[in-house]
Write a protein that binds this ligand. Sequence first.
Ligand code: CUA
Length: 312
Amino acid sequence: MSIQPPEASNFAVPIDRMFDAMLVLCGAVALGVFVVMFWFCIKYRHGSDANREGRQSTRFGLEISWTLIPFLLFVGMFAWSINLWTLLRTPPNDAKPIYIVAKQWMWKVQHPNGRREIDMLHVPLGVPVRLIMTSQDVIHSFYIPDFRVKQDVVPGRYTALWFTATKLGSYPLLCSEYCGTDHAAMTGTVKVVSREDYHAWLNESTALPLAKQGRQLFVQFGCSGCHDPGSGIHAPDLRGLYQSRVALADGSTVMADDRYLHDAITLPATQRVAGYAPIMPTYQARIDEEDILALMAYIKSLGQESAHALHR
Ligand code: CUA
């Protein structure tokens, strides 16, 4: 029996190796310190006839080596961990996006084709997956021990996490940030299935794709009344907005990323677009995070064609 949990993602093995190396290195240092300490305790105990003359000597080679060798070992650990951290923080461009909304006390999952699940996350084997996560209420933390990945999920912002599952099977999903009464019950299952099974599973759903759901919400919440081209109301055109630079009324410019789109919907007064009157109402209390994700999927799907003309 192994004392380690299964290693089921691309990060599991490198993280375990680094953990082992840290354990060995720190263990060796601790052992060295304690061995010498006990040895001195015995040798120089009260009443022993050890030589206490306080001989002065400088052995330069020894001083240099016991300073430099541990220093280089620990700097090496640092370089190794930075390298791994960079990998953990850099999803490949082709990673499959899946959206997560945490809520007291459940994990809600939205796949871009519109399929939803709760406390379950289906992922395809061997395909990089990027989770885009936010919280409806308090801070949660998304944790898959067998994948060695963990990321805080914070209200009012998007955090991301990526991995490639490397073993078929079911793995526990946990919340690792105390988030209220049922924190301990905020668990789920990550199901790693083959690519074929994953696509078959996605296609069982009759739900509209996320971007189409977003379009319906766009009409339902009345956004289209102002933001559709030709609406007759002077509101920013959203075509090509995503990932373009937006000039704000205060003279600054911002990148229209996920965070910007989210805040533009919930807190429109904070980042007003230059040249437009502050007439957009806030949707903060009227719309939940899942709907915002669908709206964002719709906005992202609007073509790039007019981006440069409209959002300079
Ligand atoms: Cu959610 Cu703890």
